[in-house]
Design a protein around this ligand. Structure first.
Ligand SMILES: NC(=O)c1ccc[n+]([C@@H]2O[C@H](COP(=O)([O-])OP(=O)(O)OC[C@H]3O[C@@H](n4cnc5c(N)ncnc54)[C@H](O)[C@@H]3O)[C@@H](O)[C@H]2O)c1
Length: 267
């Protein structure tokens, strides 16, 4: 018997990276998963992989910036599986680097539309679906939800908003048997990270040097934390923001200087 046997989980933003890894982790723990994202082909591949391994999964195309599209995708999952016990709200986009006074309004709107408004819409639909029988929701925030990474103010603001929504929902729905928590990943090696400073070995070394554990994290390491939060082992946790960051947030008083050499970065 695994910890999520018989549960129905929805992963929003499931097509790749942390979302895809979490879908697989939830299935390993015994859950069936409804996979929602915009990319039909990527979702179909993931469903095939999970079903080949004898897991249960189905895909529904939906865009978190569009209420009708998201609602149709979630309704599709509810019709297919019959219920929603767990939801992982993972959809997100990264920002290009801008000083705040130079950030285009369109860039701010794009970030808020996916990361914050999309989170609001997801919660609104999921909480309604869980009202009758309770459930667990995990929101993917970021270390940018409590701290700030310079030159991405729109991203920082959107993720601070995710933390605010998480705490609000946790308090409002605790007596309905719905737990709502968030995770704060640090630097995790996915498509989102690999397009920027982490595209070179030197850049990855520099990031790793600023993490107490000494390296960038993996999507699977985040996924395992989400699966644990979704399980009954975390039954007395609600409204928390769980860092999954190799110790980065608690060490921010330390040096964030670029190391002089690769050897220094690795030491
Ligand atoms: N990689 C990191 O270092 C890191 C660190 C902290 C937080 N995060 C957060 O983790 C989450 C996942 O990021 P990732 O690193 O796996 O990146 P990724 O780019 O690989 O995945 C993002 C996912 O969000 C989905 N998505 C984007 N816009 C969407 C929309 N409008 N509607 C529906 N789905 C949409 C994408 O299809 C994809 O499945 C994001 O919320 C990101 O902010 C990532």
């Amino acid at each position: 018997m695994t910890s999520l046997e018989g549960r129905i989980a929805f992963v929003i933003g499931a097509s790749r990276g942390i979302g895809a890894a979490t879908a697989k982790a939830l299935v390993r723990q015994g859950a069936a998963v409804a996979l929602i994202s915009r990319d039909r082909a990527a979702l179909d591949n993931l469903v095939a992989e999970i079903c080949d391994g004898r897991g249960r999964a189905a895909a529904f195309v939906g865009d978190v910036t569009d209420e009708d599209s998201l609602r149709a995708a979630i309704d599709g999952g509810l019709a297919h599986f019959g219920a929603m016990d767990i939801a992982f709200n993972n959809s997100g986009v990264a920002s290009a680097a801008y000083r705040l006074h130079e950030t285009p309004v369109e860039e701010f709107d794009r970030l808020v539309s996916v990361n914050l408004r999309g989170m609001f819409l997801s919660l609104k639909i999921e909480l309604a679906a869980m009202l009758e029988r309770g459930g667990v929701i995990i929101n993917n925030a970021s270390i940018s939800g409590v701290s700030v990474v310079p030159n991405i103010s729109a991203y920082n603001a959107s993720k601070h908003g995710v933390v605010g929504l998480t705490k609000s929902a946790a308090v409002e729905y605790a007596r309905k048997g719905i737990r709502v928590n968030a995770i704060a990943p640090g630097a995790i090696m996915t498509d989102m990270l690999s397009t920027g400073i982490a595209s070179t070995e030197e850049g990855r070394d520099w990031i790793g040097a600023n993490v107490p554990i000494g390296r960038i994290g993996t999507a699977e390491e985040v996924a395992d934390a989400v699966a644990w939060l979704a399980s009954d082992s975390a039954r007395y946790l609600t409204g928390v923001l769980l860092p999954v960051d190799g110790g980065y947030l608690i060490s921010r008083g330390g040096s964030t200087k670029r190391p002089a050499s690769r050897e220094e970065a690795r030491s």
